[in-house]
Design a binder for this molecule. Structure first.
Ligand code: PLZ
Length: 441
């Protein structure tokens, strides 16, 4: 990617003819259940752009859903993966282990919130790591129930489908779902009544837990510190600390799902750091390895050690290429000051979007932190969701060569997740295009 020109440049309509050909092959060869946001096939990506098969260069505000935080094909990641690929590609850590896995565990134990003794276990996907966090919490507490929140997203496997809130497209028709999963209300400042501050929202959730689940049956409370797919919902201050405190007092494992928020995305290394919340277990994936599939559960050593030997694992978990990529990713975040870069991106983006909101009452809410920012779209003067507007604005941004994603329970949220390697110029240009897209919608 090193010589990939950092500018938006369209040479065909979007999608171009070669992408259309490939889409036809996709339709014929790939299961219909696998959807795509933009029917544009990538050939190269890096910095703040993705280049397609027709020679168009698009501005990337998606990072492959919050994955390429350090940039696509980030130089250190490429070099580390190349070296590792030449040495060996796989032995299975459970057969003949290797140092890279241990080094990633050490790094996670060092970097995640809290200075207590920690241990880690590595997996492949976010969903797989969430499942393993539940296995560990159940082994530790000898309890079964799991509490999750309204609007939550935790994955597409059977247990994580049960934990995910939204039926379409994630769950509909795919049941029955895993039992012993209970859903409680979130803090959602834009939709909560004004008097529901963070601690009050926590009390509302805890009341449901105590009355409908019973603390003595509860293994884990699992929460995204800023919800991702559910709509980039930032809970009111004090919500997460109150939940965490209640969990500690009741022997419940407090699990932060930082699959989307982790690794500098929100302008802290982890979103929990913002309020000084120290989860018992933290689940990471996505941004951890610069695009290679890796995920992890990290937490209190006594909880992490609760499983019997060989109770956890998997063929590929902590694959050597992914571990090499993770170590290079962490080095990149630390040496390039990417936590601070995420804050700058957040400031630039929020400033622009707040200004836009003043002129456009269809933008009900602007929220997020760092390079995880969203606008929630509504019918003017109400809180009634407007998913159609989100669809139209996203489609016209796509036509103009900006990769932007939607999300939210109501599908009415536009979210911005640029790689931290994007330049201010590209980011500003993308925001200009969005502004135009709103004016024309
Ligand atoms: N937890 C908080 O955001 C993945 C899903 C994309 P996997 N989010 C992107 C899609 O439509 O499938 C996610 C997440 C949070 C868990 C997961 C699951 O991570 O790596 O996709 O399994």
């Amino acid at each position: 990617m090193s010589d990939l020109e950092q500018r938006r440049h369209l040479v065909t309509a979007i999608p171009g003819p070669r992408s259309q050909e490939l889409m036809a092959r996709k339709h014929a060869a790939v299961a219909a259940g696998i959807g795509v946001t933009m029917p544009v096939f990538a050939v190269e990506a890096g910095g703040g752009v993705v280049k397609d098969v027709d020679g168009n260069t698009l501005i990337d505000l998606g990072s492959g859903i919050a994955v390429t935080t350090v940039g696509n094909s980030a130089p250190r990641v490429v070099e580390a993966v190349q070296q590792q690929a030449e040495a060996f590609t796989h032995t299975c850590f459970m057969v003949t282990p290797y140092e890279g896995y241990v080094a990633v565990a050490e790094a996670l134990n060092r970097l995640t919130p809290g200075d207590h003794e920690k241990k880690s276990a590595l997996f492949n996907s976010g969903a797989e790591a969430v499942e393993n966090a539940i296995k560990i919490a159940r082994a530790h507490t000898k309890r079964q129930a799991v509490v999750v929140f309204d609007h939550a997203y935790h994955g597409r496997t059977n247990l994580t489908m049960a934990m995910t809130a939204k039926s379409m497209p994630y769950k509909s028709g795919f049941g029955p779902f895993a039992p012993e999963v209970y859903r409680v209300p979130l803090s959602y400042p834009f939709r909560d009544a004004k008097q529901v501050d963070g601690p009050a929202a926590a009390r509302r959730a805890i009341d449901v837990i105590e009355k409908q689940v019973g603390a003595g049956n509860l293994a884990a409370v699992v929460i995204e510190p800023i919800q991702g797919e559910g709509g980039f919902i930032v809970p009111a201050d004090g919500f997460l600390p109150a939940l965490s405190t209640w969990c500690s007092a009741n022997g419940v494992v407090f699990v932060a799902d930082e699959v989307q928020t982790g690794f500098a995305r929100t302008g802290d290394l982890f979103a929990c750091d913002h309020e000084g919340v120290v989860p018992d277990l933290i689940v990471t994936a996505k941004g951890i390895a610069g695009g290679l599939p890796l995920s992890a559960v990290t937490g209190r050593a006594d909880i992490m050690d609760a499983s019997h030997v060989s109770g956890l694992g998997g063929t590929y978990g902590g694959n050597p290429l992914a571990c090499a990529a993770a170590l290079a990713t962490i080095e990149t975040i630390e040496s390039e000051g990417l936590v601070a870069r995420a804050r700058d991106i957040g400031q630039l983006t929020l400033e622009r979007l707040h200004r836009l909101r003043l002129e456009d009452d269809r933008i009900g809410d602007v929220r997020g932190r760092g390079a995880m920012i969203a606008v929630e779209l509504v019918r003017p003067g109400t809180t009634e969701p407007d998913p159609e507007l989100a669809r139209v604005v996203a489609a016209s941004a796509h036509q103009a060569g900006v990769i932007v994603l939607t999300c939210g329970t109501y599908g009415n949220v536009l979210r911005f997740l640029p790689p931290l390697a994007i330049s201010d110029e590209l980011l500003t240009e993308a925001l200009d295009i969005l502004t135009t897209a709103f004016q024309e919608a």
